[in-house]
Design a protein around this ligand. Structure first.
Ligand code: S3P
Length: 438
């Protein structure tokens, strides 16, 4: 699909539910006793694959209306062994969190996925889980899928420190700790998204978080009983990022994105764009489902290059591809520091972004884990390239965004993966005024 220069983007767009929170709502619902009712669930491929897997473990997962789902859980420790391998498609979050959730129940499951997921390291999750007594057979040193995981019987609580800046790793350990005897203490040396902690509390887990150096320690009491509850899923800031950046770079645009999740561990892109001079108003700040939300009012802006500190990376880890596109339309250089985690996403996003910018005439440099983008100004991005998306939804959407304001159209070689996180993307952007060609 190809995106070409758009007329000004105008209107109000309803962004779908947050992917991280949707995944967690289904998983915690399946671990709880009783009924969990979820509203605003993201109905994307990744989330559906998780729902399917949870059904295999013995939970009941049913759609009751648009975005509303009901989960009847089994209770912690009561999942059963599955007959067939679990295919998680493209979803790192779904597969890794479910690995944690089954790790302290003595059952076996085979995890697999598409070519992208089968190339992503699972060792970062299953190696720390060994402390609970799990064993596994994966492919090679990175424990690639297909991976067979044997949950531990009679697991005991652990005390551990994670230095990987990954919420998935942290969440997998927390979910495993739910069925381990005693209080597990999980320290993470950086602050990553805290949706698991918040939601565990809402489901009745005993959980306490205390600051610890640059990070924090989470104490979670095991042999937990979770009680089904209501979960209202806020709208995904990582999906909102695409129309947001599009409105900033397409001249004459003004759009409204209501009720977007503004959890401070997810707002690094907003902070960065504001520093770049973006006109983004945040209105009606309120809470919904225990999370901060607000309405974003976005107008076309003259952007300038900035330096993004490495410490901000966890709060905008999924937004670097689209930030790189915004940076191409800025005046001056943008430097993004400390991007090592980008190499292990749905694709090697550092390489995919760099290549995508280059084929569209934007100069870049990579030094170690840092990316530098030479801004070409609001009207200076040539475009005209075909971007290899490497089965990565965010690479596809980022470069389609570029095509909306570049001199020549930009082509994404494959858009099928957009359905993993944002099935409404094309319709929503078209309604705002974007122009796509097949
Ligand atoms: C997620 C955490 C991040 C993010 C992913 C969703 C989560 O991954 O990139 O899209 O829901 O916990 P890492 O934990 O690997 O950084």
């Amino acid at each position: 699909m190809r995106a070409r220069r758009a007329a000004p983007l105008k209107g109000t767009a309803t962004i779908p539910g947050d992917k991280s929170i949707s995944q967690r709502a289904l998983i915690l619902g399946a671990l709880a006793t009783g009924e969990t009712r979820v509203s605003g669930l993201l109905e994307s491929e990744d989330v559906k694959n998780t729902g399917q897997a949870l059904t295999g473990f013995g939970a009941q997962v049913a759609r009751t209306g648009p975005g509303t789902w009901r989960v009847r859980g089994t209770g912690v420790g009561n999942w059963h062994t599955l007959a067939a391998p679990l295919d998680f498609g493209n979803s790192g979050t779904g597969s890794r969190l479910v690995m944690g959730a089954m790790a302290t129940t003595p059952i076996t499951a085979v995890f697999t996925g598409d070519a992208s997921l089968r190339s992503r390291p699972m060792a970062r999750v299953v190696d720390p889980l060994k402390a609970f007594g799990v064993t596994y057979e994966g492919q090679g040193a990175k424990a690639l899928m297909p991976l067979t995981l044997h949950g531990a019987a009679n697991a005991r609580a652990i005390t551990t420190t994670i230095t990987t800046a990954s919420a998935q790793v942290k969440s997998a350990l927390l979910l495993a700790a739910l069925n381990a005897e005693g209080v597990s203490r999980i320290t993470q040396t950086t602050l990553t998204r805290d949706h698991s902690e918040k939601m565990l509390k809402a489901f009745g887990a005993q959980i306490a978080v205390t600051p610890e150096g640059t990070g924090e320690t989470i104490a979670l009491t095991g042999r937990a009983r979770l009680a089904g509850t209501e979960v209202e899923v806020p709208r995904d800031p990582s999906s909102a990022a695409f129309p947001l950046v599009a409105a900033l770079i397409v001249p004459g645009s003004q759009i409204v994105l209501p009720a977007i999740l503004l959890n401070p561990r997810r707002t690094g892109l907003l902070d960065t764009l504001l520093e770049m001079g973006a006109k983004i108003g945040i209105e009606n700040r309120r809470t919904s489902g225990g999370e901060e939300i607000g309405d974003l009012v976005v107008s076309h802006s003259e952007l300038r290059g900035v330096t993004v500190p490495a410490a901000r990376a966890p709060s905008m880890i999924d937004e670097y591809p689209v930030l790189s596109v915004a940076a191409a339309f800025a005046k001056g250089k943008t430097t993004m520091l400390g991007l090592e985690e980008l190499r292990v996403k749905e694709s090697d996003r550092l390489a995919a972004v760099a290549r995508g910018l280059e084929v569209n005439g934007v100069s870049i440099a990579i030094e170690g884990d840092d990316l530098m983008v030479e801004g070409m100004g609001p009207d200076g991005v040539p475009g005209g390239g075909t971007v290899t998306t490497h089965m990565d939804h965010r690479i596809a959407m980022s470069f389609l965004t570029m095509g909306m304001a570049s001199q020549k159209p930009v082509t994404a070689d494959d858009i099928t993966m957009i359905a993993t996180s944002f099935p409404e993307y094309q319709g929503l952007m078209t309604a705002l005024g974007a122009a796509f060609e097949a």
